[in-house]
Design a protein around this ligand. Sequence first.
Ligand code: NI
Length: 182
Amino acid sequence: MTVRLLHLLGSPVLRQKSAPVTQVDDAVRQLVDDLFETMRAAKGVGLAANQIGVARRVAVVDIGEEDPPPLVLINPVIVERGDEDETAEEGCLSIPDIFGDVTRPLRVVVEALDQEGKRSRIEAHGYKARAIQHEIDHLDGILFLDHLSAVKRSLLLSKWKKSRKGQTGYLKEVTPEPAGEL
Ligand code: NI
């Protein structure tokens, strides 16, 4: 497993519609492992393949110990959306330190392949449903900023540009803190 470089806002691959996986093989399993490794190092709850520069429809979600096991989503499709919406704050590993309130369905049902190529149906509520929708958006080149009003989005974008002042490029090395550090 390898901690990969994160692609930040501005990287064209984040705006690309990712291609479906045609066969779940060792290369795809390697990609899944790298996604988990990178997500955990970055202390995220989800990560899509294009965030590490691979435009394929693969994502992982792990919202924490209270809801195991971690999810592997290969070619995921939302097959059902609940009527009720919920608004809550979101952030994104590709847009560090920027947060905004996003309204999404509270409940979704998703069909996806796992790392063995087995199709599964996942019903999710609340935070988990939100994380799944956020990651599937990534596979379609959509960022949480796109769900905000134009005014709010331009506000956050100018905040982002200010925070990036003096920095070039859009690749970020993830440097996990050593365990036990206070
Ligand atoms: Ni994200």
